[in-house]
Design a protein around this ligand. Structure first.
Ligand code: AMP
Length: 249
């Protein structure tokens, strides 16, 4: 069984985001970019499936600018076998990503696609669900455990009330949540080896997909600044303030 893992290049999670002066978006100049953390978890899970003999090949795909090749190389250094870069400088929104992934699925015929539950830049949490709808495949979102069976997968999901386990007929879409696993670090020898692994380069036009944005961003703003705290002299004043000002009690 082949596993397909989409990996997105996003602003590193440690970076403090700066909004552009004209409020048109986030400033990406000289900002550290990395693989979306949920996609690292998906790559790790796919590699573990291969190590356990449940998968035969791990293919990663990224849609984005030329630099997204670095994100693919990171996945290859972790242990993925092969990469596909669908190169575009457009702002590719989840529907367009899902359409491109559908075309890649048609070519690659994976048994499972492990998508991140959300990209930390747009926080959309849409791509996996849209891909499932476009393909007519079953889906299990927010996975914290995946057990591959014979033609099926048992997926434990993190839901509000606790954990829910679903059985899905394969092929299927799974979206990874934080507690699925802890991704490994790529070792130096594996980083060197990854340079020689195959990385195909395509464009959206190769798949006949129009990636023109369907949504328009009107305005991006910083969150309101928190006002400074105050010190109260004693507990009685604190309780009074909680009652009258915070409405807590
Ligand atoms: P989103 O729906 O934008 O929150 O993204 C959810 C997941 O879809 C991500 O964690 C990735 O696995 C995948 N994805 C979204 N955009 C891209 C992209 N440009 N290239 C590859 N995968 C993507």
């Amino acid at each position: 069984m082949k596993v397909l893992v989409p990996v997105k290049r996003v602003v590193d999670y440690n970076v403090k985001i700066r909004v552009k002066a004209d409020n048109s978006g986030v400033d990406l100049a000289n900002v550290k970019m990395s693989m979306n953390p949920f996609d690292e978890i998906s790559v790790e899970e796919a590699i573990r499936l291969k190590e356990a003999g449940k998968a035969t090949e791990v293919v990663v795909v990224s849609i984005g600018p030329a630099q997204a090749a670095e994100t693919i190389r990171t996945a290859l250094a972790m242990g993925a076998d092969r990469g596909i870069l669908i190169k575009t400088d457009e702002d590719v929104q989840p529907l367009a990503v899902a359409k491109l992934l559908k075309a890649v699925v048609a070519e690659e015929a994976p048994g499972i696609v492990i998508v991140g539950k959300q990209a930390i830049d747009d926080d959309s949490n849409q791509t996996g669900q849209m891909l499932s709808a476009l393909l007519g495949w079953g889906q299990a979102t927010f996975a914290s455990k995946i057990v591959i069976g014979d033609g099926s997968a048992d997926v434990t999901r993190e839901v509000d009330g606790g954990l829910e386990t679903l059985t899905l007929k394969l092929p299927a879409i799974v979206t990874s949540d934080l507690r699925l696993n802890e991704p490994r670090y790529a070792s130096l020898p594996n980083i060197m080896k990854a340079k020689k692994k195959p990385l195909a380069e395509k464009t959206p036009a190769d798949y006949g997909v129009d990636v023109a944005p369907r949504l328009k961003t009107l305005k991006v703003e910083e969150p309101p600044k928190r006002s400074a705290g105050i010190k109260v002299p004693d507990v009685a004043t604190l309780v009074a303030k909680l009652k009258t000002e915070a409405g807590v009690i």
